[in-house]
Design a protein around this ligand. Structure first.
Ligand SMILES: Cc1ncc(COP(=O)(O)O)c(C=O)c1O
Length: 417
């Protein structure tokens, strides 16, 4: 037998092993200053394409005022305890009612965090005889929720309705044996590559197969559909999504999340969802802040219009300049380039230091070897100048990449960014 920490000390994990080269720059970078299109990185201004403040709510004066007033009134403790015991308030209830109405469901339930919330929602919705069928590229929180399930589960190929159908056939056979039901899970928008889940095609399968449908719409809420009602509304099938989930961590520029469904289902979740029954209630600051944010979604459609103006300018500009932005159908803007990990590091260093552009970088093992994915998140705070500077910078780095300059750089400088 060995000490538990031996393995941990020997192997830091697939990302952890890069810590000494990457920490503070590629991972755990410190972006400073107010959340906006321009922030500071290592003391210099950068155009920020990596925060999910889609609608630019984070720093709107009226939002900041509501947040500050709520903090002054309630502090960060209130209310104390879990909702079920001592942490319930009229404002929590009001927010749930308004969210439910907004996303066209009978009822909603607040969650402290999106990640734990959806994980626990999945855990609560299924029992051992039930079967889960989910998109293989679903977010880690869905994967972890499925991990809690002690019954059968099947993945289907990413956004592939034929593969889903095959797996529904397998799931149906299992469920007929066990006497259980089937839960299908997709994202509304896949946050890495930006495709919308094929929600319309998935719900069409309800005419042939018996299942319930859960959608994680973290990136669709606020950005798609009427006033930001989400991907289900955008695709005209919101009423066929059985359980709708969204987080406050993106368009709402806050913390917290919610799940919405028929009243009977929400009542069940309220009395059985472990992450909420055994955890402190969402802070009042966040509840009051979310009420104000939701109000702005309904009353200020120009914020979403501005977001999309920037999305269109950026995505069209990239396409016209010959960049491969894949199959995005949302604000998430991936740019695919070919290169090794050291080349990617040199390229991102150049983008940040010499062009003042800060975007996220994704490499193997998240995407196939030899590909570099630069992921840009436009927001309502960006402007055409930001887009133009970025397009020029991207053309410059592509040229250097194709001419082998980053390859040579990465070979000569044993990177210590
Ligand atoms: C698809 C998806 N689901 C869930 C979450 C988790 O939300 P939260 O940050 O509120 O925990 C995220 C956030 O990163 C996400 O992208």
């Amino acid at each position: 037998m060995r000490d538990l920490f031996d393995r941990i000390n020997e192997n830091k994990g697939p990302l952890g092993k890069w810590a000494s080269q990457a920490e503070g720059y590629f991972v755990f970078p410190k972006l400073e200053g107010p959340i906006s299109n321009r922030m500071k990185f290592k003391g210099k201004e950068v155009i920020t394409w990596s925060v999910n403040d889609y609608l630019g709510l984070a720093n709107l004066p009226e939002i900041r005022k509501v947040d500050a007033d709520a903090a002054a009134e309630f502090g960060s403790a209130y209310p104390m305890g879990a909702r079920m015991m001592s942490g319930h308030t009229g404002l929590h209830e009001q927010l749930e009612n308004e969210l439910a109405e907004f996303v066209d469901k009978e009822a909603a339930y607040l969650l402290n965090f999106g990640y734990q919330g959806i994980l626990s929602t999945i855990d609560t919705l299924v029992a051992k005889d039930d079967v889960i069928v989910y998109d293989v590229d679903a977010h880690a929180c869905v994967v972890d929720g499925v991990r809690l399930h002690i019954g059968k589960r099947f993945t289907y190929k990413h956004n592939d309705v034929e593969s889903l159908e095959k797996n529904l056939q397998r799931a149906t056979k299992v469920a007929e044996n066990t006497g259980g039901g089937i839960l299908v899970i997709s994202e509304g928008v896949f946050g890495m590559r930006g495709e919308q889940g094929k929600l319309k095609d998935i719900v069409a399968l309800k005419s042939k197969y018996k299942f319930r449908f859960l959608v994680d719409d973290a990136h669709g809420f606020g950005t798609l559909g009427k006033n930001g009602r989400g991907a289900g509304n955008e695709q005209g099938i919101q009423n066929q999504i059985d359980v709708y989930f969204a987080t406050f961590a993106k368009s709402m520029a806050s913390t917290g999340a919610f799940v919405a469904a028929d009243k009977g289902i929400i009542d069940y979740l309220k009395y059985n969802m472990r992450s909420q029954m055994f955890a402190k209630s969402l802070q009042m600051q966040l509840v009051k802040g979310a009420l104000k944010r939701l109000d702005l979604l309904r009353s200020r459609p120009e914020l979403k219009a501005k977001l999309w103006e920037n999305v269109d300018a950026l995505q069209n500009g990239l396409k016209e300049s010959g960049f491969d932005i894949g199959t995005t159908e949302s604000c998430v803007t991936p740019v695919y380039l070919k290169g090794s990990i050291p080349e990617a590091m040199a390229l991102v260093h150049d983008l940040r230091e010499n062009h003042g552009i800060f975007c996220s970088i994704v490499v193997y093992p998240v995407i196939p070897k030899g590909l570099i994915l630069l992921r840009l998140i436009p927001t309502a705070t960006h402007n055409i100048e930001d887009v133009e500077i970025t397009l020029k910078a991207f053309s410059a780095i592509r040229e250097k990449l194709e001419n082998g300059i980053y390859k040579r750089l990465s070979e000569s400088v044993k990177t210590s960014y």
